[in-house]
Design a protein around this ligand. Structure first.
Ligand code: GTP
Ligand code: MG
Length: 603
């Protein structure tokens, strides 16, 4: 056991965690040399590959000399921050990556806070030192200040530092050192991360921190063994969070090596393994010795901060693009999600409606995106923050927001975030004509802001946010300034009609798109909703100026992605999601009903 090391790699989004793990895998020689290993191999599911982000934390085991290093790669996006907190309890140390140019970012703070509070000693890896604008010394100072401000102890403040360009497979102890390979990272892990505590002669205690599912063996729990030994076929006791004890047999025991899981007969304290045999397995459960079942401390699981209502698609186009359109289908799929996705909550509301709660819009969008790919159709309501009550006080989630904007746009951004409840905390110039501004703001004020931010900064701004805490609820949802252009007809949009509408706002549709009464076809340039006819089709020759044969010029429509659409809609609107389309619509399609239900818009 003294040759085992358990570590997690933590950082802000995109600072290079998965790339670093790639290199450790490659350079350790753990992977079969004949196997071509791709880029970011740990990002194994489709959406992770497409988006280039890690969504689920995953573990791998690496051999380095006599050492066995269990590494957990964690997601850096704040919506998946709950994952990080959970896995940190399974490891004895962390590699904290910080981008040598970007420096300390919101999620860096979040993960450092969690690591320090668990008493873990981080190894700082200043990554991407190859970037032309890298300032590794500044970044080390920033991290040191962060540790001080978070009350790190003497030992934690004395963190080892490694400089790396993970993408190029190099790491070094001093910036002046020659470029070689990742050896310094291996050295740091084996030297500074303590061997796992625990005693293999004590009764078995292992804790599940991630779930997986296999059609043949059922639920699989990935767990760290804290004490004792476990063998395939052993009868053990599962101790649930509420204290319930269930006896069962370990039907499968799997060890990790590189990217594979292999069947093993026995594992001991200190190691991380996968087990099957219990239908009732949940994250946080302890698998314990049957004669002496003692539970480990339960895992704290972060609560959701936002929710949406997912419902059966009832638009006139329902069922024309997807196969799975009924409430029972949707229900089964959502409940299956709950088998392994513990960060989200799903509640059945009846009438084909489900309340889906998570940590942010991206997390909800990822679930929705997965469903689309499985041929589902459904609709989504506007994301709402979750208000919780503590001692009679209503609380709402707050976010910590950092924006990097070209200097000339900083005024506009400060003003906008101010009106959305943001409190400016800090402002500092960065080297390249941009300013970094930090805010604390209600999550509610941030919903729907990202699109505006991109417009206000001409696409050059970068906005990062991370969950801060729940604070007394004082704010109201922010309402969109522009009204909607709503179709008053069912049919197919024509170029002629769109040409005539496009001066009234930004169009979401193109000629040939199907539309229906109550569907939103664009954003009005004014604040009121406007009913329009997007299918009007005059014979084009009639409108052509005599002698001119010029085709009409159409402005390209705004491409609505799922996330953009979710940000854009208001309370009385829905996003219609099908495998082929993302449409926005009014909740009440019939204009008479809509007018009766409508809230009064300002102005
Ligand atoms: N210039 C430079 N780019 C790097 C380096 N390491 C990683 N990258 C790039 O940074 C981007 C993000 O890398 P990832 O490894 O996916 O980052 P991550 O921290 O795992 O991201 P999340 O899991 O989504 O939080 C990729 O485009 C990498 O190629 C480096 O040392 N130098
Ligand atoms: Mg990653």
């Amino acid at each position: 056991m003294k040759n085992i090391r358990n570590i997690a790699v933590i950082a802000h989004v995109d600072h290079g965690k998965t790339t670093l793990v790639d290199e450790l895998l490659k350079q350790s020689g753990t992977l079969d040399a004949r196997k071509e290993i791709g880029e970011r191999v740990m990002d194994s599911n489709d959406l992770e590959k497409e988006r280039g982000i890690t969504i689920l934390s995953k573990n791998t085991a690496i051999k380095w000399g006599d050492y066995r290093i269990n590494i957990i790669d964690t997601p850096g996006h704040s919506d998946f921050g709950g994952e990080v907190e959970r896995v940190l309890k399974m490891v004895d140390g962390v590699l904290l990556l910080v981008d040598a140019q970007e420096g300390v970012m919101p999620q860096t703070k979040f993960v450092v806070k969690k690591a320090l509070s668990l008493g873990l000693k981080p190894i700082l890896v200043v990554n991407k030192i190859d970037k032309p604008a890298a300032e590794p010394d500044r970044v080390v100072d920033e991290v040191f200040d962060l540790f001080v401000s978070m009350g790190a102890n003497e030992d934690q403040l004395d963190f080892p530092i490694i400089y790396a360009a993970a993408k190029n497979g190099i790491a070094k102890w001093e910036l002046e050192d020659e470029n070689e390979d990742m050896t310094p990272v291996f050295e740091a892990i084996t030297k500074y991360i303590p061997a796992p505590a625990g005693d293999e002669d004590k009764p078995l205690q292992m804790q599940v921190f991630t779930l997986d599912y296999d059609n043949y063996v059922g639920r699989i729990g990935i767990a760290r063994i804290f004490n004792g030994k476990v063998k395939k076929g052993d009868t053990v006791t599962l101790v649930k969070a509420d204290g319930e004890k269930i006896n069962g047999r370990i039907t499968k025991l799997l060890g990790f090596i590189g990217l594979e899981r292999i069947e093993i007969d026995e594992a001991k304290a200190g190691d991380i393994v996968a087990v099957a045999g219990f239908d009732a397995l949940d994250v946080g459960d302890t698998i314990a010795d049957k004669d002496n079942p003692i539970a480990l401390d339960p895992l704290h699981i972060e609560e959701p901060t936002i929710s949406v209502i997912m419902s059966v698609n009832d638009s006139p186009l329902a069922g024309t693009e997807g196969k799975n359109v009924t409430a029972p289908k949707l229900r089964d799929r959502l409940f299956k999600e709950m088998e392994t996705n513990i960060a989200m909550k799903i509640e059945e509301l009846g009438e084909g409606k489900f309340k889906v709660s998570g940590r942010g819009e991206l997390q909800i969008a990822i679930l929705a995106e997965n469903l689309r790919r499985e041929d589902f159709e459904f609709s989504l309501s506007r994301p709402e923050v979750i208000i919780k009550e503590e001692n009679g006080v209503k609380l709402e989630p707050y976010e910590y927001v950092v924006v990097d904007v070209p200097d000339e746009y900083s005024g506009a951004v400060i003003e906008k975030l101010g009106t959305r409840g943001g409190i400016m905390k800090n402002m500092m110039p960065l080297s390249d004509g941009t300013t970094r501004i930090e805010f604390e703001m209600p999550a509610r004020g941030l919903i729907g802001y990202r699109g505006e931010f991109m417009t206000d900064t001409k696409g050059e701004g970068v906005l990062n946010s991370s969950f801060l805490e729940f604070r007394p609820a004082t704010t109201k949802p922010y309402t969109r300034k522009n009204g909607a252009l709503i179709s008053m007809e069912n049919g197919v949009a024509t170029g002629y009609a769109i040409f005539n509408l496009q001066e009234r706002g930004k169009m979401f549709i193109k000629p040939g798109d199907k539309v229906y009464n109550g569907m939103i076809v664009g954003e009005h340039s004014r604040s009121n909703d406007l009913e329009v006819n997007p299918i009007r089709g005059k014979n084009l020759t009639n409108v052509r100026a005599s002698g001119s044969d010029e085709a009409i010029k159409l402005v390209p429509p705004v491409e609505l992605t799922l996330e953009k659409a979710l940000e854009w809609i208001e309370d009385d609107e829905l996003v219609e999601v099908t495998p082929k389309s993302i449409r926005v619509r009014k909740k009440y399609l019939d204009p008479t009903v809509r007018k009766r239900m409508s809230r009064k818009k300002d102005k």
